[in-house]
Design a binder for this molecule. Structure first.
Ligand code: NDP
Ligand code: ZN
Length: 351
C-alpha cells in the first residue's frame, strides 16, 4: 500500500509498505479524511521522540472499517468511525489506574506515528477496536469530525488539567488549533475572563468566536506585563499552555495565583530542562500546581466529545482553513503545518 512516512529525522516521503495485519481484537481501517498535526512536525523535524525510519506519519483520521478481528463485537466492515490519536491498551495496569494514555509505559498509549505506523496510508491498524473506535454520529461532517481525533480532546484536556471552574480567569498561551480548543473548553466549563495569547490574525478572530474575552500578542511585548495590565496585576486563576517553548513556564508560574493550576498540553520538542522561577513559585511553597498531560483517547471519550458537535455546542469547522481532496495532498498539508503560513489554523485532507 501507498503511505506517507518519516524516513528519518528531518526527512519525509512516499513509500510502499505491506498492508497491516488484523489481530483478533483489532480493526483495519481506511481513511476517509486525515489531518496533519504540529506533533508530526516535532517528531520529524525536531527529532523529539528520537530516530524513526520508514514510519508512516499521521494520527488524526476519520475512517471506514475494512476488516475486524474475530473477537471484535461492536464494529463491522463498512462502519464509519472516529479514530482517536491515542489508542491505549485497555487491559493494561496503567489503564486500570486511570492513566490509559500511559498504557505500557510513559506516553505509550500514543501509538500512531510513534510506536507504529500512522494513518497517512491506504489502510491502518487500530488495536483494541471495541475500546478505541467510536461511530461517526449522523449529522456530523467528516471534515469537522477529524478534529475529534486530537485537537478537541487535547485542547479540552488542557482545560481539564487546569480544572477550570465557573467564573475563573483563564490564560491560554498559544491559540493554534489546540489552544483554540482550550479556549472553547474553558468557555464550556464556565470560565469568566479568558485571555488568549497568539499573533496570527486568523487565530485571534477564531479565539474571540470560541470565547476569548481578551487577546495578548506576545510579539508586542512581554506576556507577563500585558496580562498584569488586564488583571490589575493580580494574574489569573488558571493557565493553559498550548504553545510557546520551555521558557513559557516562567511566564505561566509568574501569572498563576496561589492555589492556581497550570495545565500544559504543549509538546516540548527540545532542550533538557524546564525552568521554574523560584521566588514566584513561592520559594517552593506557593501552591501553584503544574500539570502536563497527553490527551486521553478511547471510545467513551470519543463518543462523548462527538456529542459536542452533534448538538452544536462546539463548531470545529472554524479551525479548517485549508481543505484538500485526494490522498496525494497529504504531503502539501503536512508541509503547511511545518511552515505555518499566517492564514493557517488547520488543514484537512478528504481522501
Ligand atoms: P500551533 O503551532 O498551531 O500553535 C502554537 C501557538 O503558540 C500559536 O498561537 C503561536 O502564536 C503561539 N506561540 C508561538 N510561540 C509563542 C511564544 N513564544 N509565546 C507565546 N505563544 C507562542 O500548534 P498547535 O495548536 O497545532 O499545537 C500546540 C501544541 O500542542 C504543539 O506543541 C503540539 O505538538 C501539541 N499537542 C499536544 C498533544 C497532547 O496530547 N498533549 C496532542 C496534540 C498536539 P502565533 O499566532 O504567532 O502562531
Ligand atoms: Zn497530534
Amino acid at each position: 500500500m501507498k503511505c506517507y512516512a518519516m524516513l528519518g529525522i528531518g526527512k519525509t516521503g512516499w513509500i510502499d509498505k505491506p498492508e497491516p495485519e488484523c489481530g483478533p481484537l483489532d480493526a483495519i481501517v481506511r481513511p476517509l479524511a486525515v489531518s496533519p498535526c504540529t506533533s508530526d512536525i516535532h517528531t520529524v523535524w525536531e527529532g523529539a521522540i528520537g530516530e524513526r525510519s520508514d514510519m508512516v506519519l499521521g494520527h488524526e483520521a476519520v475512517g471506514e472499517v475494512c476488516r475486524v478481528g474475530s473477537l471484535v463485537r461492536d464494529f463491522k466492515p463498512g462502519d464509519r468511525v472516529l479514530v482517536p490519536a491515542i489508542t491505549p491498551d485497555w487491559g493494561s495496569v496503567e489503564a486500570q489506574a486511570g492513566y490509559s494514555m500511559h498504557s505500557g509505559g510513559m506516553l505509550s498509549g500514543w501509538k500512531f506515528s510513534n510506536f507504529k505506523d500512522g494513518v497517512f496510508a491506504e489502510y491502518f491498524h487500530v488495536n483494541d477496536a471495541d475500546a478505541n473506535l467510536a461511530l461517526l454520529p449522523d449529522g456530523v461532517e467528516i471534515a469537522d469530525a477529524v478534529m475529534l481525533s486530537d485537537m478537541v480532546p487535547t485542547g479540552l484536556h488542557g482545560a481539564e488539567l487546569a480544572d477550570v471552574r465557573y467564573g475563573e480567569s483563564v490564560l491560554v498561551i498559544g491559540i493554534g488549533p489546540v489552544g483554540l480548543m482550550s479556549v472553547a473548553g474553558s468557555a464550556l466549563r464556565g470560565a469568566g475572563q479568558i485571555i488568549a495569547v497568539g499573533s496570527r490574525p486568523v487565530c485571534v478572530e477564531a479565539a474571540k468566536k470560541y470565547g476569548a474575552t481578551d487577546i495578548v500578542n506576545y510579539r508586542d511585548g512581554g506576556i507577563v506585563e500585558q496580562v498584569n495590565g488586564l488583571t490589575s496585576g493580580r494574574g489569573v486563576d488558571k493557565v493553559i499552555i498550548a504553545g510557546g517553548d520551555n521558557d513559557t513556564f516562567i511566564d505561566a508560574v509568574k501569572l498563576c495565583r496561589p492555589g492556581g493550576i497550570i495545565g500544559n498540553v504543549n509538546y516540548l520538542g527540545n532542550g533538557e530542562f524546564i525552568r521554574i522561577p523560584r521566588a514566584e513559585w513561592g520559594c517552593g511553597m506557593g501552591h501553584k500546581t503544574i500539570a502536563g498531560g497527553l490527551m486521553p483517547g478511547g471510545r467513551l471519550r470519543m463518543e462523548r466529545l462527538s456529542k459536542l458537535l452533534k448538538y452544536h455546542r462546539l463548531d470545529t469547522s472554524l479551525l479548517l482553513t485549508h481543505r484538500f481532496t485526494g490522498f496525494e495532498h497529504i504531503e502539501e498539508a503536512l508541509l503547511l503545518m511545518k511552515d505555518k503560513p499566517r492564514d493557517l489554523i488547520k488543514p484537512v485532507v478528504m481522501i
